[in-house]
Design a protein around this ligand. Structure first.
Ligand SMILES: Cc1cc2nc3c(=O)[nH]c(=O)nc-3n(C[C@H](O)[C@H](O)[C@H](O)COP(=O)(O)OP(=O)(O)OC[C@H]3O[C@@H](n4cnc5c(N)ncnc54)[C@H](O)[C@@H]3O)c2cc1C
Length: 506
């Protein structure tokens, strides 16, 4: 093999997951690691999604690292640019820059059974080998583009919400927004006042709750800066409230009726036309799809330059967009708010494990990982925000930090084993964990609420959401149970083969 760099740990991705892993590695005293990132800067989700109105749906004091509190959050729910700046700040504060390798799109990671390391190739032609891979490529980082006949021949502009074209001025244009997910409902009120006409293609209406957003006062910031425990207490309160809500999502979806009433009132305040209200009213239990927050979405839909088409986009004929119900609309621009590859993560096609098959092949019947992190047949490979670690109502940063506890203990266990060794998740342990998860999933609103959503894979299996509290997940990932793993050692050298020495493998 040509010259390459070897590190103990290769982290892939530099969003919250990758940067969090990097900080944690340094805290564990591990400096022999690299962070490979396909883009030219850190930030992940919050670098890529720069569409008008992009903001977080979880309060900032909870949607940030516990080890890097920010007393200066400007608003209770921060916008994209502030979260992105926060992540840049984390990279500087924790000395992560020397570890970052930008423009390194990982094209393949291959496990070497003899040398017990991962060979990681990037699109720029470089190769890195690593004892352990921490894959933090994000659950929502690869835009999903719909396969609509004629879309490729649309004469106007087409872009995905995560690839916003800031050079294209929408003023006075006829814009079609496809989809009514979290991104679309943030985009619509921002662009509506500027465009000539806005047509929203809605397959399923979302439940939209009021957004309790406000500027954080100077006094609050001063308090959190001067007495840091007040920031911690605020975070604790935000966390506790959300933990108390979990039971309604996971065990008692019938209790969510009261939340539906608040969402209906949110709509009724802004939408006076009963026919439009009927079109915007969901027919499934709130929480089944992600609950969205906005005070501006419904008022925007009630404006005269907006039309809501209650069916998906079926075909594009020149500049005419044809909905599934036959409605035709003229447009100059199409904004695709069509989400991401979630249950079919592209990175899974790029990971080749001990048996020579890809992770995608191994997951052909649905994604599954032990404690959301490790997969059978893929030694010393773990993922951050892996299968069944998503949340419906709280901060993903809590889950990421739990997974980083697991990563830290995994590396400690490898140290204890000594010599060249890897840990491979046992098929039985992965199976047992996932049976437990799927059993608990049966009663949840995501599976029983009467909707289809991006939480479910093509076979209707929920492989994305964690059916419990974040505290339960924290407990489940505190330490690695060695009984769930087999220890992999290098193969014994055959008589006619030179032994694989430490020197040879580095
Ligand atoms: C618009 C939007 C709003 C959201 N709002 C919320 C919210 O309100 N609350 C919440 O909890 N969560 C929210 N999320 C989910 C959010 O994705 C997570 O909270 C979190 O930011 C994920 O961090 P991550 O590091 O795992 O992934 P990402 O932030 O997606 O980072 C992954 C990184 O990996 C890189 N990468 C991917 N593939 C490769 C490759 N092959 N080689 C090298 N690098 C690669 C990407 O370029 C990216 O930088 C939102 C997501 C989106 C898209």
């Amino acid at each position: 093999m040509a010259q390459h760099e070897h590190v103990r740990v290769a982290v892939i991705g530099s969003g919250f997951g990758g940067l969090g892993a990097a900080v944690r590695l340094r805290r564990e005293g591990i400096t022999d690691f690299l962070v490979l990132e396909r883009a030219g800067s850190v930030g992940g989700t919050w670098r890529d999604n720069s569409y008008p109105g992009c903001a977080c749906d979880v309060p900032s004091h909870l949607y940030s690292f516990s080890f890097a509190p920010n007393p200066d959050w400007p608003r209770t729910f921060s916008g994209q640019e502030h979260i992105r700046a926060y992540l840049e700040h984390v990279a500087d504060t924790f000395g992560l820059r020397p570890h970052l390798r930008f423009d390194h799109e990982v094209t393949v990671m291959r496990w070497d059974n003899d040398r017990l390391y991962w060979v990681i190739e990037s699109a720029n032609g470089t190769t890195v080998t690593a004892d352990v891979v921490v894959s933090a490529t994000g659950p929502l980082s690869d835009p999903k583009l719909p396969d609509i006949p004629g879309l490729a021949d649309f004469p106007g502009k087409v872009f995905h919400s995560a690839q916003w074209d800031h050079d294209h001025d929408l003023t006075g244009q006829r814009v079609a927004v496809i989809g009514t997910g979290a991104s679309a409902i943030q985009i619509v009120p921002e662009i509506q006042p500027h465009v000539a006409a806005l047509t929203l293609f809605q397959r399923t209406p979302p439940w939209v709750m009021p957004r309790m957003d406000r500027a954080i006062s100077g006094a609050e910031k001063w308090l959190h800066r001067t007495l840091p425990f007040t920031g911690t207490a605020r975070r604790g309160l935000l966390w506790g409230i959300r933990e108390l809500q979990v039971g309604a999502f996971t065990k008692h979806p019938d209790q969510l009726g009261i939340v539906e009433r608040i969402a209906r009132a949110n709509m009724a305040r802004a939408v006076k036309d009963p026919e439009l209200r009927a079109r915007l009213t969901p027919s499934y239990r709130i929480g089944c799809k992600r609950i969205l927050l906005s005070n501006a979405y419904y008022p925007a839909l009630a404006r005269p330059n907006v039309d809501v088409i209650s069916s998906g986009l079926a075909e594009v004929r020149g500049s005419t967009l044809v909905a599934s119900d036959g409605t035709e609309t003229e447009a100059d621009v199409i904004v695709l708010g069509t989400g991401f590859h979630v249950t079919d993560m592209p990175i899974a096609d790029r990971v080749i494990g001990a048996e020579g098959i890809t992770l995608a092949e191994s997951w052909k019947d649905g994604m599954q990982a032990l404690r959301g992190a490790t997969a059978a047949g893929f030694p010393n490979w773990m993922t951050v925000i892996g299968p069944n670690t998503g949340l419906g109502n709280s901060s993903m940063i809590l889950m990421i930090e739990s997974q980083l506890n697991y990563m830290a203990d995994y590396l400690r266990q490898l140290d204890v084993l000594g010599g060249r060794a890897a840990l491979g998740a046992r098929t039985s342990a992965v199976g047992a964990w996932n049976r437990r998860v799927q059993e608990r999933m049966k009663r949840t609103v995501w599976n029983t609420g009467g909707c289809t959503s991006w939480y479910l894979d093509a076979d209707g299996r929920n492989t994305t959401v964690w059916p419990g509290t974040t505290a339960e997940f924290r407990r489940a990932t505190r330490t690695v149970d060695l009984g769930e793993y087999e220890v992999v050692r290098p193969p014994a050298p055959s008589a006619d083969q030179k032994p694989v020495t430490e020197e040879a493998v580095r």
